[in-house]
Design a protein around this ligand. Structure first.
Ligand code: 3HC
Length: 283
């Protein structure tokens, strides 16, 4: 594994590309349009600068990492990748289309992974001719900071693929854990019902949003309270994950509360939209 391709240069894709380049891989990062590609590259530069300011990275290491990144809008530029990590929109038809095109483009040894947080990985694998070399590789936001990666094994992923991904995750400086191909994997299966319950608590008037957040921060040592974390992750993203989890498990704890749906419909998606449970001044 020397060359990594990353599809999608959004919040997750840019974080993955950054970590891969910082870890010494040659990285090609693909976006559909130039403006989105540039936004992702700007995010990477800002994040690397932060590490340099903190003294966690030398300026020369930042420059080396940037030199290892090749941004592109052409899928063909991923051709030489040993591993491609897909981090595009959470939309199954779009992912299946991309997996099919990657399968036709890449060398036979290449592995293709999805950073999906909830969609069924085997459904993506099934459109390729290399299902044993397809897995999930689920990172956490903010990717350059969070130490975990979930390696998701479908019912047909080979052990060799899983072993390779564990080794790659370790080289990326992450702790890999093994998850099965079920909605929410390990972390979101626990986290999402907790976040939804915090919304229900707020919605029912049981406590103020500030008290709910302070409670979990100071009482349990969480870095962020649940409503702040919802704003951070994105209310639209959480709603989407909850719907998929509820659809699969029919567990009422996974059902999106009415307030969440209404906030999403109102465009209150959290930090990225400038408003969620809290107000954020847009940069
Ligand atoms: N790049 C570089 N540095 C970054 C960064 C980035 N993208 N984001 C944050 N940092 C750095 C800051 O510079 C700061 O450094 P310092 O401590 O040396 O000054 C440090 O991280 C802490 O940042 P802040 O002071 O801004 O704020 P916090 O202390 O609150 O930390 C946080 C921010 C790391 C995001 C922390 O609040 C946290 O861990 N929150 C929980 C995040 C979480 O739970 N993520 C998982 C979400 S679920 C998910 O992703 C799954 C998906 O499928 C939904």
């Amino acid at each position: 594994m020397q060359k990594i391709g990353v599809c999608g240069n959004g919040l997750m894709g840019s974080g993955i590309a950054q970590v891969a380049a910082t870890s010494g891989y040659d990285v090609v990062v693909l976006e559909a349009d130039q403006a989105a590609l540039d936004r992702g590259m700007k995010r990477i530069r800002q994040s690397l600068d932060k590490f340099v300011e903190k003294g966690a990275l030398q300026a020369a290491q930042r420059d080396e990492a940037l030199a290892k990144l090749r941004p592109t809008t052409q899928l063909e530029d991923l051709k030489a990748s040993d591993l491609v990590i897909e981090a595009i929109v959470e939309n199954m038809p779009a992912k299946k289309d991309l997996f099919q095109r990657l399968d036709a483009l890449l060398a036979p040894h290449a592995i293709i992974c999805s950073n999906t947080s909830s969609l069924c990985v085997i459904e993506m694998a099934a459109v390729t001719k290399r299902p044993k070399q397809i897995a999930g590789l689920h990172f956490f936001n903010p990717v350059p900071i969070m130490k975990l990666v979930e390696v998701v094994k479908t019912i047909v992923t080979s052990q060799a693929t899983i072993d390779t991904l564990f080794a790659v995750a370790a080289k990326l400086g992450k702790k890999p854990i093994l998850a099965q191909d079920t909605p929410g994997f390990i972390v979101n299966r626990l986290l999402v019902p907790y976040l939804l319950y915090a919304i229900r608590m707020y919605e029912s008037g049981l406590a103020s949003k500030e008290d709910i957040d302070e409670g979990m921060k100071l009482g349990c040592g969480h870095p962020m309270g649940p409503l702040t974390l919802l704003d951070f992750v994105g209310l639209d993203t959480t709603y989407f994950i909850a719907e998929i989890m509820f659809d699969e498990f029919k567990d009422p704890l996974m059902a999106p509360p009415p307030l969440l749906k209404r906030m999403v419909l109102a465009g209150q998606h959290g930090r990225k939209s400038g408003k969620g449970f809290y107000d954020y001044e847009k940069a």
